[in-house]
Design a protein around this ligand. Structure first.
Ligand code: M6R
Length: 608
């Protein structure tokens, strides 16, 4: 995720910006840059790679003198990680520089309009439209130009703007992306995250969506979207730096679980325009889709389990057979894959060795490849014929959470989009399902808010050395991921089982020492799974059920129940997994495990 920082005061800005960016390094980035105003001129320095390179390039900031500046660490979204795509971006007349976190969703239209108005673009980024709009609207009043620009933007942003003609001022704005103002004495700051500021000030103001501000060394003026000045509360930060990096959460995993409503929204919303799913990135024609015999999904770990859940949605909606294959198996299986196979490759990191090898093998056999990847410019993204990025931002905890749910979000979009292209869904159902997809971020937030008692459940279940996760159909796909989460961070043996399969042998293991987590969110098999609950209860197991909030029947069957909001089963995995992530997290915490860095595991598995 990008990080931004800005300073205006009496000190040299560049060293403060570099320090602030260094404190934001933990967020992940691929390039960095600063812009400083010196004698009414903006000096910009940007590099691909580490902040250390930027320090070297600027001689620790000494080659960028000036007391007002903005800085940025970029996590590539639109355009590869290059020096040119790095922020800050400059206006054509050299008077303005901009840093930006977030995604400008309508940037294509704005870009076209600006090109028609004679502006030229240096980068492939969405951000660059912002700086050209400001130049276009500027006629001696930066506040007016910023306000008019903000009114044109759709999407999410935390913005920092400097203007060579008004050299003491910085303008900042926020919409769906965090932005904090830091209050000093004779100096003021802004940043995307308190970590960048705590060594300079602990007095901060949090901007809310739709607000913008003018910062000078002596004052901070905050405005609502109509441009009216407003008053805001000053907060005092008493976190240490380490806690600040985690946004006040104890672990990155918990922070990333809580980020899921935003990550899923960032993945979905740029791809829905005028009530239509638009996947410009794929360009798969109707003729091509009609001609394929099957879709093969390949991946490892949680990405594979996302594929298992996605299979249900694709098959049901598109009526195309889907095979989900572990990449480590597929590569050595002499697979029946040819040019009439569409290969979906799923990977958070884009660098998983087994997935890359399976992908190469399938490409060799003629398959077209569509990758669902989180890291722009990664190996898998580069190898694929088409890429649909998940806009989860960097994931730091080894156990994936927002990586997995954003993969599901992309799979749902793909399934519904392809079904429409193939004419295999009527308008009414398409509209209804699109509505469901749009509300998923809200549902995720609801499920988090509805379940404050999960830490209490963790206290009850954490002592067991083994547990079962059962479900049928889509619920089974979620059981697979739920059990993996429990295993990898709490080190408790957890077995996922198709509920109907228990009686074919495994039920012999069920007794009072094996709690069963029963997933019961798919109406079409609900009664069947409830019978399985009765069976395991009869053998002494304690049952923790996860079900929709109106399913009161289950209360009399299970020992404990986690309720979630009702969601169309085809798309429910993205909501249903949340309590299982939280349960695994709190169980691991009870057991004193190293949650963000579980033993024997690496974030990116680049060896076979
Ligand atoms: O980066 P990838 O998505 O390709 O990684 C695949 C797996 O290694 C990954 O999902 C792993 O299973 C996670 N630790 C699960 O939380």
């Amino acid at each position: 995720m990008c990080g931004i920082v800005g300073y205006t005061g009496a000190q040299q800005a560049a060293p403060i910006l570099l320090e602030g960016l260094t404190n934001l390094e933990y967020r992940g980035y691929d390039s960095a840059g600063i812009a400083v105003i010196n004698n009414k001129q903006i000096l910009v320095s940007k590099v691909t790679g580490r902040i250390a390179n930027l320090c070297e390039r600027t001689n620790d900031g000494k080659s960028c003198p000036g007391t007002v500046g903005i800085g940025h660490t970029r996590w590539a979204t639109h355009g590869a990680p290059t020096d040119t795509n790095a922020h800050p971006h400059m206006s054509n007349n050299g008077k303005f520089a901009v840093v930006h976190n977030g995604i400008i969703e309508n940037y294509m239209n704005l870009r076209e309009e600006l090109i028609n108005n004679g502006y030229h673009f240096e980068s492939q980024t969405d951000t660059e439209v912002v700086v050209h709009l400001i130049e276009m609207y500027y006629n001696g009043d930066i506040k007016k130009a910023v306000k008019r620009t903000l009114a044109r933007l759709e999407g999410s942003y935390a913005l920092g703007v400097i203007c060579a003609d008004e050299p003491e001022k910085i303008y900042v704005a926020r919409e769906a992306s965090p932005l904090i103002l830091g209050i000093g004495i004779g100096e003021n700051f802004f940043a995307s995250d308190v970590t960048a500021l705590v060594q300079y000030t602990r007095n901060v103001i949090y901007l809310d969506d739709g607000e913008f501000a003018e910062i000078t060394p002596e004052s901070i003026k905050i405005f609502d979207c109509a441009g009216q000045q407003i008053k805001k509360k000053i907060n005092h930060i008493n976190w240490d730096i380490q806690a600040a990096e985690k946004g006040g959460y104890e672990h990155f995993m918990l922070k990333e679980i809580m980020e899921q409503p935003r990550a899923v929204k960032a993945t979905i919303s740029p791809r829905i325009k005028d009530n239509e799913i638009v996947l410009d990135e794929t360009d798969l024609s109707v003729d091509y889709l009609k001609n394929i015999k099957k879709i093969v999904i390949t991946a490892c770990g949680s990405a594979y389990y996302a594929g298992c859940a996605g299979k249900h949605a694709i098959e049901k909606l598109c009526k195309i057979p889907v095979q989900v294959e572990l990449a480590s198996e597929l590569r050595y299986s002499d697979p029946l894959i040819d040019e009439r196979t569409l290969l979906l490759v799923i990977s958070q990191s884009g660098e998983t060795a087994d997935t890359i090898a399976a992908m190469k093998e399938c490409k060799r056999r003629g398959a077209k490849t569509l990758a669902i990847v989180n890291v722009v410019g990664s190996t898998i993204a580069n190898l694929a014929d088409h890429v649909l990025y998940t806009w989860a931002g960097p994931e730091i905890a080894v156990a994936t959470t927002k990586g997995y749910t954003t993969q599901l979000a992309v799979l749902y979009l793909f399934a519904l989009h392809a079904a429409k292209k193939l004419n295999r869904i009527d308008e009414q159902r398409y509209d209804n399902l699109l509505k469901v997809i749009k509300t998923l971020p809200k549902r995720i937030q609801e499920v988090i808010d509805m379940n404050p008692s999960i830490p209490k459940l963790a206290k009850k279940y954490h002592k067991h050395s083994s547990m079962f996760f059962i479900g049928r159909n889509t619920d089974y796909a979620i059981a697979l991921e739920g059990a993996l989460k429990m295993k990898e961070i709490s080190y408790i043996h957890a077995e996922s089982y198709a509920a109907g399969e228990l009686k074919h042998g495994t039920i012999a293991l069920i007794d009072e020492h094996q709690p069963v987590i029963a997933l019961c969110c798919n109406d079409s098999v609900m009664e069947k799974t409830m019978s399985n609950i009765v069976e395991v209860k009869a053998r002494g197991a304690e049952v923790l059920a996860v079900t929709f909030r109106n399913n009161q029947k289950i209360v009399s069957l299970a020992d404990d129940v986690i309720f979630i909001p009702q969601v169309e089963p085809l798309f429910s995995a993205v909501v249903e997994i949340i309590p299982l992530q939280l349960l695994a997290y709190y169980v691991a915490k009870e057991n004193g495990c190293d949650i963000d860095k579980p033993k024997n595991l690496a974030k990116s598995v680049t060896v076979e």
